[in-house]
Design a protein around this ligand. Structure first.
Ligand SMILES: Cc1cc2nc3c(=O)[nH]c(=O)nc-3n(C[C@H](O)[C@H](O)[C@H](O)COP(=O)(O)OP(=O)(O)OC[C@H]3O[C@@H](n4cnc5c(N)ncnc54)[C@H](O)[C@@H]3O)c2cc1C
Length: 432
């Protein structure tokens, strides 16, 4: 009987496994359908960098002496000094992915190539039905990530030449002399545009970068914005009224969904060098303020129907390839189907998270179902990001153990997000 079964071994559950490895208190096993650890392999572009600092790794924020920290990785790989000499703030995604795969190889109780097909509950325990057999666990942690989001107007055209960005590196594409449209103005769209400019898939005839946003907007990485990615803000967020939570998430969009300044600069510098300095004929078209509203076949390619919200006009872009950098969405995984009648779901069918990342369900007083990457609406914008992954893992483990295995206390934040009840006007009047 496991204390914890983790479903999925992406970064978030891997971080929990890494911290469980620091203690002998709990008996665990994690399962992943992939043959080995791989971080969004379809999006592991040759030239793409992290949005977060390498110290926000699997463990460092709560267990800096762990043998699977990023610094341990550098030392193990014998490149510590040269790493420092690069003076890189945001490392490449390939290096971070390699670090996590290295960490996974050092940890025990990780079952790769072992998809979970169903989870059942009976007699105070979960039965995890995996390809390698059945396992029983007192508690489970759902970490199977999100699914690619494809707007409904594009689904009928999905195929060899129209696909979600998350598949780009697993397809054998040749964009030479093709008209290419990238839809989506976030980091993934930018990374694909940058790699296309560098002719990773050959030199296209033309490249259209379509974004609904009013411009190619930068990631907000300012000092005080980073306070949104702290445990204290997250704890404060959890207690806010629902309306305030919605407003905060919307207002903080660019703190997590903008494009890194470095990436924007590199795109701009490419355009400058090639079209201004070298005098090449312009083959790149930047189209912000455009909402792609439809896609239909025309000749051997496709026509993308766009609405330009700047001058309220309708426009058509013709392309041979349409790459949808349209993000990811939450969905209840199929393996939860047997448990579905026991879950207390939101009106929109989503999981409801409690403060310790445990979900609300019928037998919550006996057995816990934890969920990672499921709490944007309950815990705020840090939830789908790596920033607080180690802290969240430790929060879950402390709750599971019923004792403080990881000390998560902190010094006081510079910002008083809310003041204690004693300072509210009513309390002051009473005091007088
Ligand atoms: C391209 C990209 C770059 C990103 N870069 C950053 C960044 O720089 N900084 C940052 O803070 N955040 C970043 N993020 C956001 C976030 O950190 C990642 O999405 C992260 O991978 C989420 O981890 P996860 O463990 O929730 O899910 P995933 O990484 O999606 O992992 C889920 C795992 O579950 C497995 N699985 C699914 N179903 C089953 C099943 N039935 N049985 C067993 N296993 C299953 C999958 O194979 C997968 O291995 C990025 C996201 C993307 C898409």
């Amino acid at each position: 009987m496991l204390d914890l079964a983790g479903i999925g071994i992406g970064p978030f559950n891997l971080s929990i496994a890494a911290l469980l490895n620091e203690t002998d208190e709990l008996n665990y096993r994690f399962f992943d359908n992939k043959p080995r650890f791989a971080w969004h392999p379809g999006l592991l572009l040759p030239d793409a960098h992290m949005q977060t600092c390498y110290l926000k790794d699997l463990v460092t924020a709560v267990a800096p002496t762990s043998r699977v920290s990023f610094l341990s990785y550098l030392v193990d790989k014998k490149r510590f000094y040269r790493f420092l000499s690069t003076d890189i703030g945001m490392i490449s995604r390939t290096e971070f992915s390699d670090y996590m795969a290295w960490a996974a190889s050092k940890l025990e109780n990780l079952n790769f190539d072992d998809a979970v097909t169903a989870i059942e509950y009976a007699n105070g325990q979960f039965v995890i039905k995996a390809n390698s057999g059945d396992y029983t666990a007192k508690n489970i942690c759902l970490g199977t990530g999100k699914k690619p989001y494809v707007p409904s107007e594009f689904t009928s055209q999905l195929g060899d030449n129209v696909f979600h960005a998350c598949e780009i590196m697993s397809r054998d594409i040749d964009l030479t002399d093709k008209r290419v449209a990238v839809i989506g103005g976030g980091q993934t769209g930018a990374d694909i545009v940058l790699n296309t400019l560098q002719q990773h898939w050959g030199k296209p005839e033309s490249l259209y970068w379509i974004s609904r946003r009013p411009n190619y907007q930068p990631l907000d990485e300012a000092t005080f914005t980073n306070e949104f990615f702290t445990p204290q803000y997250t704890e404060c967020f959890f207690d806010l009224p629902e309306l305030s939570k919605k407003r905060e998430v919307k207002a903080q969009k660019l703190a997590s969904d903008g494009i890194t300044t470095e990436c924007l600069k590199r795109i701009y510098q490419y355009l400058y060098q090639h079209f201004e300095v070298n005098g090449e004929q312009k083959w790149v078209h930047l189209l912000p303020n455009r909402t792609a509203q439809g896609l239909s076949p025309i000749g051997s390619g496709f026509s993308v129907q766009c609405h330009n919200s700047l001058n309220q006009s309708d426009e058509i872009i013709n392309a041979d390839y349409v790459i949808l950098a349209t993000g990811f969405e939450s969905a209840l995984p199929n393996y939860l189907e047997p448990l579905k009648p026991l879950l207390h779901l939101n009106d929109d069918g989503g999981l409801q998270l409690d403060s310790h990342f445990n979900i609300k369900w019928k037998h919550q007083n006996k057995n816990q179902i934890y969920a990672v990457n499921a709490g944007l609406n309950s815990h705020g914008i840090a939830e789908p990001q790596l920033s607080l992954m180690a802290w969240r893992s430790a929060t879950i483990i402390n709750h599971l153990a019923g004792t403080v295995l990881f000390d998560l206390s902190e010094t006081q934040s510079f910002i008083d997000w809310t003041l204690p009840k004693s300072s509210h006007p009513l309390s002051l009047t009473t005091a007088v």
